[in-house]
Ligand binder design. Structure first.
Ligand code: COA
Ligand code: AMP
Length: 631
């Protein structure tokens, strides 16, 4: 069956479609029903079935003849090490780690935060939680202690699993002081911490609270898989919203097993046994779905990469790994390819390696700009597939279903909606827009299996963020259009979320930080275009009356505050001190207009603007840092 027939077969009978896909999962109690309508626009999938995520990702492969197949390849150009873990070894390691959690009081439904760098133990920690029905919440290592504290208070974990350090190309990031500081700051305190000591920077342990990852396993019985209800939360993953408080996206167990398994062949075109590599981080949704769960559920080999596209040691790292580990499908963010292209525009590094094993490159996380796609197509001589998705959905909304039927690539489009997603373009009043017309991208409810059922502890916020603007639809927060061939184009966010090097960040969160600077009276943070990172944040601050300090000093303090309170990953560096901010007559800051001005894009002067002269002042300021060029 090709794409159109498959999409239609889903449309004709969504429940039957997903029940059929569910047959690829090993159930303790198989589903007899797929969709559960809980009323009021809330839905769940396979709620009454029973299943275990870790069993499907690990044990079943050992039982079915893949015991000696490599499950995880860890390749760290930073430490110069490469290690392989077979499925049989993974089973032993995960059961041992799960045994430690269980012996220390962790059971079904308890939350466990994981704060770890790109080491196999990060994946093992996730699977160990899944094994005993604990709910993990992985926090990205590039976030500051304060962000970790916010997550500790929101999901109230009984335990935190961390490593002593992470390794960035230019420095060792000591995780333990960040962890200790986060626990000091949080109101909720975990019962214990399980710490992986890394030789690059071992840490001090707090007696009575901290356990050593390895020592704690001695004499502890390994844990078996515990079946959970289909709607049991597998994990909570926090993502940026409009305000400083992150949203806890919940992923339910059964739906994500069924959906991720489906994507491995139909989208990524890998068969069990093939090597699949997503060069992301376990702290992001891509890491959850395509470093940990997707490839393992499907019986693939996954690559855990501790390095960067460039500088570890050079722009040939991606191609070295593909060649050396026989990678068939490779997934990364456009920004990573831009970084490689900038260092190696002629693709000389690519020519040094035999990458004939590679079938295609997949890009997601931010808009795939045509220049980057064309460069990769030409230099790799392979298909390059853009695909669009979000933390909330956990897998592709629109993509190129290469394993089903490779659709012609159109530059600038992530291709077509996947089965499960009825994607519509709506105007502000919620009316469907004709072909080729720009509008808000919304998805008709219900969303398919594996997507978020609600937000952790925040159902009202879930409704407000996603369900109320367009009744009967899920609001994606992206704007775009659909062309005459049904191809989708993603043009911009409709909210204050920005995308920096493929990392989703909230400008609202940065504004909350800057507003606490003693000299700042008012501020706005926007995302401006950046040739490498796609977007970078830029802060516009108005100083309190009488403040007369050098602006550069204030800017440096602002950057330090954002780094200390949100994290280095925010990449906040640019602050402009301005006299006034452009506003509507009702006092709303015209952020979208400033973004257009900064990026030298045409815009209509908003009819509600209070004082148009302010825009000229802002323009002059933006020009001092290389933005807002004259047309
Ligand atoms: N732990 C601690 N710090 C981290 C971190 C981590 N896991 N990840 C990033 N950081 C820090 C970096 O060290 C850097 O700090 P610095 O300001 O002291 O240099 C800062 O956060 C920004 O990091 P990064 O976004 O990696 O930017 P960069 O300028 O170092 O590198 C790229 C630019 C394009 C090479 C890099 O952003 C990249 O590889 N992007 C791909 C991202 C990706 O795969 N995203 C997947 C989402 S689907
Ligand atoms: P995240 O939740 O971090 O995966 O970020 C999701 C957001 O990133 C989406 O809502 C889009 O704004 C953006 N995004 C992700 N993939 C793409 C893509 N292929 N094209 C355009 N934007 C994308």
């Amino acid at each position: 069956m090709g794409y159109h027939e498959t999409y239609k077969s889903w449309q004709d009978d969504p429940e039957a479609y997903w029940l059929e896909q569910a047959k690829a999962i090993d159930w303790d109690v198989p589903p007899t029903r797929a969709l559960y309508d809980k009323g009021d626009d809330l839905y769940e999938w396979f709620a009454e079935a029973k299943v275990n995520g870790c069993y499907n990702a690990v044990d079943r492969h050992v039982a079915s003849g893949r015991a000696d197949q490599v499950a995880i390849i860890h390749d760290s150009p930073i430490t110069g090490t490469k290690t392989k873990v077979t499925y049989a070894e993974l089973q032993t390691r995960v059961a041992a780690a799960a045994g430690v959690l269980r012996a220390n009081g962790i059971g079904k439904g308890d939350r466990v935060i994981i704060y770890m760098p790109m080491v196999p133990e990060a994946v093992e920690a996730m699977l160990a939680c899944a094994r005993i029905g604990a709910v993990h919440s992985v926090v990205f290592g590039g976030f500051a202690a304060n962000e970790l504290a916010v997550r500790i208070d929101d999901c109230t974990p009984k335990a935190i699993i961390a490593a002593s350090c992470g390794l960035e190309p230019n420095r060792i990031v000591a995780y333990k002081p960040l962890l200790d500081s986060a626990i000091d700051q949080s109101r909720h305190k975990p019962d214990f911490c399980l710490i992986l000591q890394r030789e690059q920077s071992p840490c001090d342990m707090i007696e009575g609270r901290d356990l050593d990852w390895h020592d704690a396993q001695v004499g502890v019985a390994p844990a078996d898989c515990v079946p959970v209800q289909g709607n049991h939360p597998a994990y909570i993953l926090y993502t940026s919203g409009t305000t400083g408080a992150p949203k806890g996206v919940i992923r339910q167990t059964a739906g994500h097993l069924v959906a991720l398994n489906w994507t491995m062949k139909n989208i990524y075109d890998v068969d069990p046994g093939d090597v699949f590599w997503a060069a992301s981080d376990v702290g992001w949704v891509v890491g959850h779905s395509y470093i940990c769960y997707g490839p393992l559920i499907h019986g693939n080999t996954t690559v855990v990469f501790e390095g960067k596209p460039v500088g570890t040691p050079d722009a040939g790292t991606f191609w070295r790994i593909i060649s050396e580990h026989n990678v068939r499908s490779f997934f990364t963010a456009p920004t990573a390819i831009r970084a490689v292209k900038r260092e190696d525009p002629k693709g000389e590094e690519i020519a040094k390696y035999d990458i004939s094993c590679l079938r295609a490159l997949y890009l997601a996380g931010e808009r795939a700009d045509p220049d980057t796609v064309v460069w990769a197509q030409n230099k790799l001589g392979k298909p390059v597939y853009d695909h669009w998705w979000q933390t909330e959905t956990g897998y592709t909304i629109a993509g190129n279903p290469a394993g089903l039927e490779a659709m012609p690539v159109k530059l600038g489009s992530p291709t077509v909606p996947m089965p499960g997603y009825d994607v519509q373009i709506l105007d502000e009043a919620g009316h469907r827009q004709p072909t080729g017309t720009l509008g808000s991208i919304a998805i008709k409810l219900p969303l398919p299996p594996g997507t978020l059922p609600t937000l952790w502890n925040a159902e009202d916020r879930f409704r407000k963020s996603y369900l109320t603007t367009f009744p009967g639809y899920y609001e994606t927060g992206d704007a775009g259009m659909i062309d005459e061939d049904g191809y989708l184009y993603i043009m911009a966010r409709t909210d204050d979320v920005i995308n920096v090097a493929g990392h989703r960040l909230s400008t609202g969160a940065m504004e909350e930080v800057l507003a606490n600077h003693p000299d700042v009276a008012e501020c706005a943070v926007i995302g401006v275009s950046d040739a490498l990172k796609g977007q970078v944040p830029l802060g516009l601050v108005c100083l309190s009356k009488g403040v007369n300090r050098p602006h550069a000093e204030i800017g440096a303090e602002c950057a330090k505050m954002v780094r200390d309170q949100i994290g280095p990953v925010a990449a906040y560096k640019l602050t402009l001190v301005v006299d006034r901010l452009p506003k509507t007559r009702s006092g709303k800051i015209l952020r979208a207009t400033i973004v257009k001005l900064a990026d030298s894009e045409p815009f209509k002067l908003p009819a509600t603007i209070d004082d148009p002269d302010v825009l000229d002042e802002i323009k002059q300021s933006l020009q001092t840092v290389g933005y807002a060029a004259e047309a």
